[in-house]
Design a protein around this ligand. Structure first.
Ligand code: 13P
Ligand code: SF4
Length: 298
């Protein structure tokens, strides 16, 4: 399968990008693996004709918005993000109408239509830096993740209007699980994703994007780490740090949509040039302003 994928990549002049939560074998077949911010940045630097995006739909949409002249494919177009579906563009327009003068900020885990309604977006890797650029008295509507929004608001000592969205996958991680994992592996720093609930973030040592976790593990002198996020990240952490040990805080934290990409549908995607991710131009142009603003600010 890997030989066929390599041959197809060459014949299609394609590059394969994969998120850190993808299956290990898909990450290994990719040309680049990263977090949402790293993947968005990498998508601006591609000179291939075709980008195959292994991850969830909103990430492939971002790549398509940044590359209107390239073909962007997603191996399984049903790979969505439950959090991204927790707010619609119509709901955001309604909220904005109630808060004239407020700036609308979306987590990149949102649809292109929602991004098109926003002033800027953030990822978990740059949210603090981007949000710091707003004056402290600027009213902010933060959608859709109340946990990432709440995390940054607290860090900066600000108050945001938080949309009540969340990630159902990270919602399954509990502070009790963190405490139990610490008992099993005393001394191991606990790294959790900012999409986790406040009690879990408070129970952890570090709150990091998946890319931030890779950097922390690389630079830390610790020999063991407890990782509180989707278990797909463990593949990359272990591969990049062979002398260190990584334990999941809870090995049931699995995003089913991130697991939809397989070597089989990746190969089929390249072979049959499917499924093409197309964002209507009027939406893409407006969403791009928010994405470009994020890439400039953070
Ligand atoms: P990262 O940007 O940290 O990779 O997170 C993306 C995501 O979907 C987390 O659930
Ligand atoms: Fe969306 Fe949560 Fe899956 Fe990330 S882990 S893609 S936020 S459902």
């Amino acid at each position: 399968m890997n030989g066929e994928i390599e041959a197809l990549k060459k014949s299609r002049n394609a590059v394969v990008l994969a998120h850190n939560y993808c299956r290990g074998e898909v990450q290994d077949a990719a040309d680049f693996t990263g977090d949402s911010l790293e993947l968005a940045r990498r998508a601006t630097q591609v000179d291939a004709d075709v980008i195959v995006f292994c991850g969830v739909y909103f990430m492939a949409e971002t790549a398509a918005i940044l590359n209107p002249s390239k073909t962007v494919l997603i191996p399984d177009a049903s790979a969505g993000c439950a959090m991204a579906d927790m707010i619609t563009a119509a709901q955001l327009r309604e909220l904005k109408a109630k808060h004239p003068g407020a700036k609308a900020v979306c987590y990149v885990n949102s649809t292109a239509e929602v991004k098109a309604e926003c002033d800027t977006c953030v990822t978990s890797g740059n949210a603090e830096k981007v949000m710091r650029t707003f004056p402290p008295d600027q009213e902010i509507l933060f959608v859709p993740d109340r946990h990432l929004g709440g995390h940054v608001a607290r860090l900066l000592g600000r108050t945001y209007e938080l949309w009540p969205g969340h990630c159902p996958v990270h919602a399954a991680l509990t502070a009790e699980a963190v405490a139990a994992a610490r008992k099993l592996h005393p001394g191991a720093p606990v790294l959790v994703h900012p999409e986790c609930a406040e009690a879990v973030r408070d129970a952890a040592d570090e709150r990091l994007s998946t890319g931030g976790m890779c950097k922390f593990a690389r630079e830390s002198g610790a020999a063991e780490f407890l990782v509180g996020t989707e278990v797909g990240i463990l593949h990359r952490l272990r591969k990049e740090n062979p002398g260190k040990t990584f334990w999941p805080v809870d090995d049931r934290i699995v995003c089913p949509d991130m697991k939809k990409t397989t070597l089989e549908n990746l190969a089929a995607s390249l072979r049959e040039m499917k499924t093409r991710v197309v964002v209507p131009e009027d939406v893409a142009v407006r969403a791009r302003r928010a994405i470009d603003s994020m890439l400039e600010l953070g």
